[in-house]
Design a protein around this ligand. Sequence first.
Ligand SMILES: Nc1ncnc2c1ncn2[C@@H]1O[C@H](COP(=O)(O)OP(=O)(O)OP(=O)(O)O)[C@@H](O)[C@H]1O
Length: 586
Amino acid sequence: IDECKELSCGQDEPIIRFPFQLVNESSQDQCLYPEFCLYCTTIHGYNETMVSLPTTSGPIKFLVEKIDYESNQILVWDPEKCMATKFLKLTTSSFLPYRFSPVSETTEYSFFDCSSLSSSKYDQSQNRITCPIYGSNSNHSVFTWNLASCIKMFDINLPIMAPDLTNNLLDLSWLEQNCTVCEAKGMECKWKNNGTKGETECFGCYKKRKTILPKSLIYSATGSILLGLILIALFKIFLYFRKKEEDQIRVDKFLEDYRAQKPARFSYADLKRITNGFKEKLGEGAHGTVFKGKLSTEILVAVKMLNGTQGEGKEFINEVGIMGKIHHINVVRLIGFCADGIHRALVYNLFSNGSLQSFIFSPDNKDHFLGWEKLQQIGIGIAKGIEYLHQGCNHPIIHFDINPHNVLLDDSFTPKISDFGLAKLCSKNLSVVSMTAAKGTFGYMAPEVLSRNFGNVSLKSDIYSYGMLLLEMVGGRKNIETSSAENFNVLYPEWIHNLLEGDVHIHIENEVDFKIAKKLAIVGLWCIQWQPINRPSIKAVVQMLETRDDSQLIVPPNPFQSTTSMTTNEKTTLARRTFQMEIIQE
Ligand SMILES: Nc1ncnc2c1ncn2[C@@H]1O[C@H](COP(=O)(O)OP(=O)(O)OP(=O)(O)O)[C@@H](O)[C@H]1O
């Protein structure tokens, strides 16, 4: 827009901007604020800037010599070379928004009437009086200007700056126009078109100001940018190599961890060192002796030295093969193994509390009984371990030897299933397993493992063993000791049935505890159903144990119901008969 252009009447003429407005001399009606309207004219072939001040005693024209927008001052020159006359006019009329530029000290001015002088003498170029009225600073000598023929009119003291009256120059100030609102918006002011006089409006000039930067600044800016780019590049290179290094560390760590998942192989000499010469014996099982060992100050281990008389070591290979693949919180982790000549050993984490067997006590035995809450947690833990073996691995694993000896307890009594010597890997969808020999621990073995008359060997065989373990935990006695070796399997569950019917008295005061005991017993009874098909899956077992709604738990049919009128001896005979059914060899 026009207001944004830098206007002037010529090369050396003052720049015209707000509050001034440049108009054509002929079209003064465009003037929005006449006192601030400037126009261009030519005098003696020179471009000049003119202002016409509309005073009360008529308009007075001046040439504009200089405009100082900082101090709001305008220096004007009288083209008629009669500044004294115009000065007197101005002193006697209002010429707002201008005023004389004030000074701190008053100055005395003397005025002379020189109208009697011939016009030829009004020649300033020859130091002659140029006007009928002459005004001068009183200090000036009257002889300088040949004032002898003039009549002194008067002297006045004015606190204004008019030292150049004789030079036709006059300094005027204009009242500052309020432009703060526009400036606050980063815009500029102009007189409002069609508005009342003095009304302003804002406008924006978006032209780019041409700025010439010093060379040193350009060099230092370029240098800084280059330095910045080099630093960024170096930082990126550093990040790249650090990321690469981190990746390598991650891969190494992964490989290390991956290797750690596999059981390590120990020599016999290693085991001797680890166990401090097989010094501390933890226990003894059918397949070997277990010793305490130390891998490091933090890792304590149990080293199970297998009996050397174990033929081709099939069970050993089996256990290493299976254990190396499985990792679950409720399954013992195999740390390593030893196959060094005739020596074979398995190395596990050490579980300070030993096997569950040593924690099965009657609730009446207040000193040793673990409490029903803890028993329930242990029961659930074992079930989850079995669930992992049955359903969580690549191939379902049947343990075949779930019993309290093969459940170890860590510091916080988390159960860990161990002893995989008899475990068997099954193909994924096969729930029926071929068995060439019935093996396991007497008392926990499912009937079908013993005799094919009871059905096929399957995952349900572990459920049976688990059921017996649960019932043993509830009864607080070791089932194989219940009665004679012949009737243990029959009498014990019957005892539990009687417990559920309230016949056999176990002292449980607490309602919550009673519910837990009842739940464990009911689940145990379902697990030891004679027909594998009637036993729940391990998933269902976990669900039943974890349910809070025990109203859903139904006591399974009592396989001994029809014999309620029999004496214990008669039941034992029946049971023996049942057990004496023919074992079908595969
Ligand atoms: N990792 C272990 N941490 C602590 N004690 C253990 C560990 N492994 C075994 N034991 C102890 O050693 C005993 C013997 O264990 P082992 O597994 O050899 O025999 P078992 O399970 O009792 O019998 P079998 O080997 O005939 O099944 C256990 O009863 C237990 O007290």
